[in-house]
Design a protein around this ligand. Structure first.
Ligand SMILES: Cc1cc2nc3c(=O)[nH]c(=O)nc-3n(C[C@H](O)[C@H](O)[C@H](O)COP(=O)(O)OP(=O)(O)OC[C@H]3O[C@@H](n4cnc5c(N)ncnc54)[C@H](O)[C@@H]3O)c2cc1C
Length: 304
């Protein structure tokens, strides 16, 4: 089973597929799993998740990733699905901006938007295990003792740095302009961090299993330099883009995908769940999405 979208509903579906013994991969356009919950409200309290009174978005995402990974979920991060077509003999061809996969069944859990990562073309990590590239502030323990390259985006979250032990990590700040504000903030954080700014830009993030070094290129002279790292935090806003599923020949209603009571779309072997799925009475909530995921996974696996 291929799941398009590593938001909370896609992750829940991956866990359900693993429980039922399916081989499952999740394709996510960001380098972080967790969808809207991690991109928009990681520190907000989430209500309505069955069996949990209240939980922070970030913690719920961690639990969902842990469960799905334990049950065998494979991930393809930084990949954007561009096309779905019928393959030969009971298969669907899933095309992305980087590769092509043959799948027995596909579950679309894409939410209403894909978040395209600005790092998408730079990452070249062999057998990457999904660890070490963050597009949000990670839990402090995830970067403790590491050499971290930070691309700050519009602001640096000082509160975050007040709560972590910066003495135990090395930081490199890759900013567009070395504005006084950035310099002052970095200084006030008392990090050992080096600030690298324009005209240097990231050319590639290279590694084996995890990021190991950055290749930077001077855009004016063409000169390159490499820096050892073992984590990257990119806070540059990913570009939202709507995937137009009607272009794939799937029936849609007002931008959402029409599904039947088994969550199957108009295209055999392709199911849709979560915010992207539409049926009369649909409510866009995580709590409804996870029930839809359970229904879809069970029905999809019946026809394989
Ligand atoms: C501020 C706020 C608070 C909320 N609070 C609650 C709450 O307390 N309780 C509750 O039940 N619900 C809540 N919700 C709603 C809940 O967040 C959504 O219903 C839920 O995130 C939907 O999950 P999803 O997995 O369907 O979509 P998303 O979270 O949007 O995830 C979809 C993922 O798919 C990826 N993707 C999209 N297209 C592609 C493509 N073509 N290729 C590869 N990847 C792709 C996207 O990058 C994204 O990561 C809240 C929503 C907001 C905005």
């Amino acid at each position: 089973m291929t799941i398009i979208g590593g938001g909370p509903v896609g992750l829940f579906a991956a866990g359900a597929a693993g429980e039922l013994g399916a081989v499952c991969q999740v394709i996510e356009s960001r380098f972080d799993l967790g969808g809207m919950m991690l991109a928009i409200y990681p520190d907000k309290d989430v209500y309505n998740f069955p069996g949990v009174q209240v939980i922070k978005g970030r913690d719920l995402v961690s639990d969902l990733i842990h469960k799905a990974t334990t049950l065998g979920m494979a991930t393809r991060l930084g990949e954007y699905v561009t096309e779905l077509t019928k393959g030969s003999k009971d298969t669907v061809i899933v095309k992305t901006n980087k590769s092509e996969y043959l799948s027995s069944t596909v579950l679309i859990a894409s939410g209403l938007k894909a978040y395209l990562s600005p790092l998408s073309d730079s990452v070249q990590i062999e057998n990457w295990n999904g660890y070490g590239i963050f597009e949000n502030w990670p839990k402090p323990e995830a970067i403790k003792g590491r050499k971290v390259a930070v691309i700050p985006g519009t602001h640096i979250d000082i509160e975050y740095f007040e709560n972590i032990d910066t003495a135990n990590s090395d930081f490199i700040w890759l900013t567009g302009e070395a504005t006084e504000a950035v310099e002052k903030t970095v200084k006030s954080l008392e990090t050992k961090g080096e600030i690298i700014c324009k005209p240097w830009k990231i050319k590639q993030i290279i590694g084996h299993k995890t990021p190991q070094y950055l290749i930077l290129q001077n855009k004016e002279s063409g000169e390159e330099r490499s820096i050892d790292i073992d984590a990257v935090i990119s806070l540059v806003e990913p570009q939202p883009r709507q995937t137009v599923f009607s272009n794939f020949g799937i029936e849609t209603v007002g931008g959402q995908i029409k599904v039947d009571s088994r969550m199957q779309t108009s295209f055999k072997r392709i199911y849709a769940v979560g915010d992207i799925a539409y049926y009369p009475g649909k409510i866009k909530l995580l709590s409804t999405g996870i029930y839809e995921a359970r229904i879809a996974v069970k029905n999809a696996l019946k026809i394989i």
